[in-house]
Design a protein. Structure first.
Length: 212
């Protein structure tokens, strides 16, 4: 398998899952900050122009965080990356969907890429700007983590007592928090610390030049 990844992206969560799976894989870095993802040859690899992209053993490519994470879990069921109990499974899915779609896509998106969320026509753009968009994003980040803090009450992991694919998604969002100045609430902070203690996370962070 081969993972296309970029610094400061959600791809680190997929990297963690690959480490958890324990199958051979290679890495190819894409300079997302330098917009390499928007140029050839990467555009030919993924027309969506984003990472992560996972090249599977048969040579086919898979995109989108949830799809890649689910494929890894379903392909290697012995790793237990999807909770067995129905309630634990849906709670884990609930947290993963919220982390990827809302906390990442909407909240952190406004903080890191405010121009994508600003009005494009002059009439609606009057009086608005990056500062207000980022402020809105920061408020959403804070509120989002507060919601997740409640959902993690009494649960060491997103799906209950055991690590699952949902925890990788929550972790990559937690990893961005220090850059925003938003403090993680207690249950989320404990989850982040628990994740950083996992060997899979430590190995992934080494590639990113970070320490737990």
């Amino acid at each position: 398998m081969k993972l296309y990844w970029g610094k400061h992206t959600c791809a680190i969560g997929i990297h963690v899952l690959l480490e958890e799976v324990g199958q051979p894989f290679t890495l190819e870095e894409v300079d997302v900050l330098g917009q390499e993802n928007r140029r050839e040859p990467f555009r030919a690899i993924n027309a969506k122009m984003k990472v992560p992209v996972l090249v599977r053993p048969d040579g086919s490519k898979l995109t989108e965080y949830g799809a890649i994470a689910s494929w890894l879990a379903l392909t290697y069921p012995d790793k237990g990356l999807i909770p067995a109990a129905v309630e634990d499974r849906v709670r884990a899915q609930e947290i993963m969907d919220y982390a990827v779609g809302t906390l990442h896509g909407q909240a952190f998106g406004r903080v890191f890429m405010p121009t994508k969320f600003e009005p494009k026509d002059l009439l609606h753009k009057a009086g608005l700007g990056q500062s207000s968009t980022k402020a809105e994003g920061l408020a959403m980040v804070k509120d989002g983590f507060a919601i997740l803090d409640q959902q993690l009450e009494g649960r060491p992991y997103a799906g209950g007592q055991a690590f699952s694919i949902a925890d990788s998604a929550l972790f990559y969002c937690e990893r961005w928090a220090p850059e925003t100045g938003v403090a993680l609430p207690p249950n989320v902070a404990a989850h982040c610390d628990r994740m950083k203690a996992r060997p899979s996370v430590k190995r992934a962070l080494e590639v990113y030049g970070e320490t737990p």
